[in-house]
Design a protein around this ligand. Structure first.
Ligand code: ADP
Length: 256
């Protein structure tokens, strides 16, 4: 039995990486998918990939840091598919690595604007719609950087701690109305974002795998598909008693 048969699922930042793998997994498990991103080309490519596996999807461009664009995204979702059952708030940016005293103010504003405020705006609009259709499930993308600190990444760490906090609050406030909200905390995952962090850390002296694999007890970084697996499971009825949780998917990273 597909995990989310007949459900309507929204994934932000679905033009690449974890978001794309999640959109594909939702489709493979029977959901109709709204693929959203600021990157039109990437988003449309994800929709085409879903078509190739026999799934149903539309693309809607939205910048999650804009309340107007997020509201428009939900309107388009309901116009296309009538409701919203599952949402994965994945859009995110990593920004520049620097010690806190050298962090440019605009880097902080950018990262908080997309990762923290973007998650807040998406939660608001998604919850408003889910209350109309009698419930739903939301998964926010935090990070191991939402659980512990990482030198050089203070704005990113602050933004991901904010995502974990918003997750707990939203879960508490809407538990009785049939809305579950969880976050997941990936370790190093094989995406463009990890390449950017590895490149900034080593100045290109080491590849992403050379730098990141040994940091994980399992001995390697993860794949976007391994993260998507957890997200779609959390959105399914199989996870009916899980809410308000910040769950690592990190090859043992935060257990160290
Ligand atoms: P990862 O998959 O590791 O989270 P990526 O950088 O590969 O990292 O994917 C993040 C996605 O989020 C990209 O497709 C990017 O275009 C998207 N994104 C970044 N900023 C925004 C934004 N403001 N609104 C919507 N999507 C965004």
């Amino acid at each position: 039995m597909p995990m989310v048969a007949g459900k309507v699922a929204l994934v932000t930042g679905a033009g690449a990486g974890i978001g794309r793998a999640t959109a594909l997994k939702f489709a493979a498990e029977g959901a109709k998918v709204v693929v959203s991103d600021v990157n039109v080309e990437g988003g449309e490519e994800t929709v085409a990939m879903i078509g190739k596996i026999g799934g149903e999807a539309i693309f809607v461009r939205a910048d999650v840091s804009s309340s107007k664009e997020v509201e428009h995204l939900i309107i388009k979702t309901v116009e296309a598919y009538g409701r919203l059952d599952c949402a994965c708030n994945n859009a995110g940016v990593e920004g520049k690595i620097a010690p806190l005293a050298d962090q440019p103010d605009d880097n902080f504003d950018l990262i908080m604007g997309v990762n923290a405020k973007g998650t807040f705006l998406c939660l608001k609009a998604e919850i408003a719609q889910m209350l109309k259709n009698g419930g739903g499930v939301i998964v926010n993308l935090a990070s191991v950087a939402g659980l512990i600190g990482f030198p050089g990444l203070s704005p990113y760490v602050a933004s991901k701690h904010a995502v974990n906090g918003l997750t707990k609050n939203a879960a508490l406030e809407y538990a009785k109305q049939g809305i579950r909200v969880n976050s997941i905390c990936p370790g190093g995952i094989d995406t463009r974002m990890l390449d950017s962090l590895a490149e900034q850390s080593t100045g290109g002296a080491q590849s992403t795998h050379e730098m990141m694999d040994p940091l994980h007890p399992i001995g390697r970084i993860g794949t976007p598909e391994e993260v998507a697996e957890l997200i779609v499971w959390l959105c399914s009825p199989r996870a009916s008693f899980v809410t308000g949780a910040n769950i690592p998917v990190d090859g043992g990273y935060v257990a160290q």
